[in-house]
Ligand binder design. Sequence first.
Ligand code: NAG
Length: 328
Amino acid sequence: MSYEIKLLFTVLVVVGLMQLQTLVVAEPQVPCYFIFRDALVDSGNNNKLVTAGKANYLPYGIDFPQGVTGRFTNGRTIADIIGQFLGFPNFIPPYALATDQQISTGVNYGSAYAGIRQETGRTEGERVTFDMQLQNHEAVISRLSRLQQNNTFTQDYLKTCIYLVNIGSDDYINNYLMPNNYPTSHIYTTGQYAAVLTQQYSQQLTKDCRVWFGFDRCAPTEITRFSTDGKTCVESINSAVGLFNDRLKPVVDMLNSEVLPNVACCQVRAFDGQCIPNSVPCPVRALSLWYDGFHPTETVNTIFATRSYSALSAMDASPYDISHLARL
Ligand SMILES: *[C@@H]1O[C@H](CO)[C@@H](O)[C@H](O)[C@H]1NC(C)=O
């Protein structure tokens, strides 16, 4: 019996853009790169919060150059890899640790369990919601203005940055699809919920962002919870998330594989699908799709980052891939 793996990957790129000066080899393609989202990019913002939703323990980070940092994967995140494609020599620091010297090249605001909606992820504990991430960005802009001592300059500078915004999966996984903990599925049909999310999201977005979406509907823990046969991707998630995707009309990339099973590489704990602290992960991580019950391995992050940066088909990115944006 073969397993069918479908990862729905959506790249939505909305933009008001930046102009770039001359490119010098070894310089990043853009001067600054700001990152918003959830666990797929969190690089330590949750470490000091009161939550089980943090990954600052082994076996997370086992293949990352700096080891354990709070990243929810074995190695680099999607945001890390895109940053390297853009030519940044260092990883963009998490907001929780970013110094004044560092903020001019960008900040990573991502927080595990963050959603578009305020209540999303609350059963897991504290997290930096998308609204709070936007407030943190305002605070960084103030710091930058103080440092650069010229508001006009700072405003112009911020227009040259790349903004990676990719949020919304937790509004399903840790909200709508948990009817015992959250009321949304009793209040809204899937269509209404997609509309509500889309509306709130478009209000939160600013013009200068490139937006990028991904959903984790075939995550192992999700399959255990909802799948009828315990193997295949969950149809109700597919259709609920599909509506949201359709509305935003981004791009959908289906990665089908008959080879790699939908099982987590590390041993996961039952209540939230994260790795059991200090458990021994699978040895050949390069051949696993999922590191824990919800979060992909560096292998998958590399595939998604590569196709977001350099689209292989018109389905990968809309209207531009990131390499194209960086050159505009
Ligand atoms: C502030 O920055 C703008 C835009 O870069 C520049 O034109 C202007 O001369 C700067 N003002 C001062 C006082 O340096």
